[in-house]
Design a protein. Structure first.
Length: 335
């Protein structure tokens, strides 16, 4: 059983600054770096680094594949090299002639570790496939996990194709950046991972004002986690597919996360792991997703998978960068 990530590949241009300048202000930043990135690439590398190895020689127990596009430029070559460095299958990462590789301009505020990101899609805009192409990409009819995000056009078309043509596949969905979707699209999702902002955006895009008001009234300082747990339960029972495990996870930043599933409808809450200093949160969400899926693939329980992911992302945020900050399986298993 493999894991495939269908998503974006970006070259990250990162500026670290003590504070964000206001409109019209020129401000001296502290440093500038470049990194491999894109939600798809980050998630693929997280999966490759966090799946359990067969043995101590670190040979991998599962093949991780990347599906997407890069440009015919030096950035694209560097991203392909980065994937291959982590032994990720790049057979279906196509280079688009005459197109630039996707770029993310990231500004990290050093005082808080929070980031602001501007994305130029470039070659990522070509990640659209015909039915014939999907048959070739997903020729294996055995069970797989397939991961999607929103930095490519219309991932829901591929998700719909998988539900009708590969019903034993489990679709993992991280709808970020958020786009409003029809309610029927969510029925193609088996595992939904969102943060608290995205969770509220889903509610606001699909439900009535009364339901939105109801959930907002539940989210107070005293009942923050329990309020979002109720939203997770709403998504689990009313929104996503019931064909497989029907898992919903809502991450709450430093507050931890809530979760529920078809097998655990009452759900639960897990706190975050406090770190001495938050340096950069850029890859935290992608690390969390990769860690959860890697452990579910290894037949770990949902709660244990989330504990593993919480530890992984707590390590990621203490370092600068994106994919290179993601820990490996042995780093987590020793803790």
């Amino acid at each position: 059983m493999g894991i495939t990530v269908v998503g974006s590949l970006n070259y990250d241009l990162v500026t670290y600054t003590e504070r964000i300048p206001v409109a019209g202000e020129t401000f001296n930043a502290e440093s500038f770096e470049t990194h491999s990135g894109g939600k798809g690439l980050n998630q693929a590398i997280a999966l490759a680094k966090l799946v359990k190895p067969y043995s101590d020689d670190d040979s991998r127990s599962v093949q991780v594949r990347m599906v997407g596009h890069v440009g015919s430029d030096s950035f694209g070559k560097q991203l392909l090299d980065k994937l291959r460095e982590h032994k990720i299958d790049t057979k279906h990462v196509d280079q688009v002639q005459g197109e630039s590789t996707g770029v993310a301009v990231i500004v990290v505020e050093k005082s808080t570790g929070q980031n602001r990101i501007l994305i130029t899609a470039g070659a990522n805009s070509h990640t659209v496939y015909s039915n014939e192409q999907l048959e070739k990409i997903f020729s294996n009819k055995d069970k797989e996990f397939v991961v999607f995000q929103h930095e490519i056009p219309n991932p829901q078309v591929i998700m719909d194709w998988l539900k009708h043509n590969r019903p034993n596949y489990e679709v993992v969905y991280n709808p970020s950046p958020f786009h409003k979707l029809e309610k029927k699209v969510w029925r193609n999702v088996d595992l939904l991972i969102v943060n608290e902002i995205e969770a509220m955006q889903i509610i606001e895009s699909l439900d009535t004002e009364d339901i939105v008001s109801h959930f907002k009234s539940k989210i107070t300082k005293e009942s923050y986690a329990s309020g979002y747990l109720e939203i997770a339960q709403h998504f689990q029972s009313q929104l996503i597919s019931q064909d497989h495990s029907a898992v919903v996870i809502i991450t709450l930043g430093e507050q931890g996360c809530v979760f529920c599933s078809k097998h655990c409808p009452e759900g639960g809450y897990l706190p975050s792991i406090k770190v001495e200093k938050v340096v950069d949160t850029t890859a935290a969400g992608d690390t969390f997703l990769g860690a959860v899926v890697s452990q579910l693939h290894d037949n770990q329980t949902l709660e244990d998978s989330i504990k593993f992911a919480t530890t992984a992302s707590s390590i990621t945020i203490t370092k600068k960068g994106a994919a290179e900050t993601i820990p490996v399986y042995s780093d987590i298993s020793k803790i």
